[in-house]
Ligand binder design. Sequence first.
Ligand code: PGA
Length: 240
Amino acid sequence: MRVIVCENYEEMSKAGARIFAAHVLLYPEAVLGLATGSTPVGLYRELCRMCKAGEIDFSGITTFNLDEYYPISPENPQSYRYFMNENLFDHVNIDKSRTHVPSGMATDPAAECAGYDRQIRAAGGIDLQLLGIGLNGHIGFNEPDGILTTGTHVTALTESTIEANSRFFDSREEVPTRALTMGMETILHARKIVLLANGTAKHPAVKQLLDNTITTHMPATLLKVHPDVTLICDREAYEG
Ligand code: PGA
């Protein structure tokens, strides 16, 4: 795992954005895997700025997001579809029909998940995947457990994740308790992975990501078997 330690959130965001911008420049028809949460907001802001300045072109880019709450409407401001439109898609010249987020409205969520994996395969797989990391080491909504799932699937959120995400909702009761998420195999099949982490609260997770152990009870540790992962973190997440 390559590790880039930045002084602060702004620098981390710019370092991550440079990698995504370089990839978009080199491969104008690339397939990007995208993430939500507070961590990638600065990276997306930087990509929007570069696109507005004419430095990068998203017209041929395809995207697949990691996950979506279930059930949730795309019009709900807490949905990940809404987040992606607000933070990236509405501000760059991407063709929205090439942007994919699992549907939080699917009547048959299992079929939606199987279809999502088929769409990723049909697009040629994910070239560059962006990840955040949960306080409990989850990636996407692959929560700590004895057994993890390979492909995109329906999952229950852990108490820790419901608690962490309740800051975005009016009350804890409004946080959906389920989600559709890419599985560990879907994520590990991405050709390149960039994981961002900032703030002291993420230090324990980052520390475990950098030791020499792997456990499904800390799903991010499975990234250690991937040949091309870059961790970009700020000093707080790195040193605690
Ligand atoms: P955060 O979430 O960016 O809001 O900290 C990260 C995650 O849960 O993957």
